[in-house]
Design a protein around this ligand. Structure first.
Ligand code: HEC
Ligand code: HEC
Ligand code: HEC
Ligand code: HEC
Ligand code: HEC
Length: 180
């Protein structure tokens, strides 16, 4: 019975329902919740506001793959240790620096929790966006003011498509641009 139910649902979807459904998600009439505002606790409470805001360290110093690759990447500990071998932090923060140093000295990494995650059927690539002059903040919000990073945009299909539709962007809209 279950299987028949699923098959029937598929038939209904494919026969007409699909285009209505696709219309609905591409215009944000349905937003399938993709964790907007999600801000997981990290193994070390790494503050973007301090590093990228107050000390104005360039995003690309740490997210060095963002211009050339699909993924912006998260820095490995040696990037952090370039500074944290030396800089003095407030005493309350010292245990986090000790944790970093111990991990670094024993060749381990920090298991950062992913904040943004698109479903597997979607292809997204940072490189063309950054090359087209899109700023990180257009999609990620004011990261340089965030103590803890949170997901700023919905990452819904409607969100992608709305920006691609803007004539000034000249970005493709066919399904295979974004789907496998
Ligand atoms: C056009 C929108 C857009 C722009 C511009 C953008 N990002 Fe992203 N970013 C995303 C999306 C969407 C994801 C989720 C990707 C996924 O799950 O595959 C993401 C994920 C990330 C991640 C998580 C790791 C990864 O690559 O999946 C980091 C770090 C990141 N972005 C940093 C940056 C930085 C730094 C910039 C600016 C140099 C930037 N992004 C510009 C949309 C954008
Ligand atoms: C370019 C130098 C530089 C790099 C690279 C750097 N930091 Fe820092 N970090 C600093 C400075 C400077 C301070 C703060 C000193 C102060 O208290 O004003 C700091 C402070 C901190 C603190 C304490 C924050 C608090 O609440 O007081 C943590 C945790 C931290 N950094 C983690 C990291 C991690 C993790 C990385 C790598 C992803 C990293 N840092 C990379 C310079 C750097
Ligand atoms: C000193 C290194 C450093 C700098 C500079 C830095 N970041 Fe990050 N970023 C990290 C680390 C470490 C993480 C993973 C921990 C976390 O999510 O807070 C991260 C996480 C992120 C994420 C979330 C990734 C995910 O899991 O989806 C985004 C988006 C991001 N950074 C964007 C930026 C932007 C935009 C800038 C510049 C305004 C910037 N970062 C500057 C080290 C850095
Ligand atoms: C802020 C506006 C904006 C948002 C949001 C955005 N894009 Fe784009 N996208 C662009 C621009 C601009 C280009 C580059 C067009 C060009 O110059 O080739 C582009 C290009 C692309 C390309 C490369 C197309 C090609 O083959 O040249 C893909 C794939 C893509 N976007 C997927 C996505 C996905 C998936 C999302 C949502 C998760 C998204 N985009 C969100 C503006 C945006
Ligand atoms: C600019 C990028 C982009 C384009 C173009 C695009 N999509 Fe999407 N699509 C997405 C993203 C991102 C998601 C995941 C978020 C969501 O479900 O809203 C998605 C989700 C979907 C889903 C929902 C799957 C589920 O998880 O239930 C369907 C179905 C879909 N797209 C079909 C299409 C079809 C058909 C087209 C062409 C008419 C198309 N998409 C064009 C980005 C795009």
């Amino acid at each position: 019975m279950m299987k028949k139910g699923v098959a029937l649902a598929l038939v209904v979807l494919v026969g007409g329902g699909l285009s209505a459904f696709v219309y609905a998600i591409s215009t944000n009439k349905i937003v399938i919740g993709y964790n907007k505002s999600y801000a997981p606790d990290q193994p070390i409470p790494y503050p973007h506001d301090l590093h990228a805001g107050q000390y104005q360290i360039d995003c690309k110093y740490c997210h060095s793959q963002v211009e050339v690759s699909r993924h912006a990447g998260v820095p490995s500990l040696n990037v952090c240790m370039n500074c944290h071998m030396g800089v003095k932090v407030r005493p309350e923060a010292q245990p986090w620096i000790d944790k970093m140093r111990d991990a670094y000295n024993s060749g381990q990494s920090i298991a950062w929790k992913k904040v943004h995650l698109l479903p597997d059927h979607v292809k997204f690539n940072h490189a063309p966006h950054v090359k087209a002059g899109k700023q990180c903040q257009e999609c990620h919000g004011p990261i340089q003011e965030m103590k803890t990073v949170y997901q700023y945009s919905s990452l819904s299909m409607g969100w992608c498509v709305n920006c691609h539709k803007d004539k000034a962007n000249n970005a493709p809209l066919n399904c295979s641009t974004c789907h496998y």
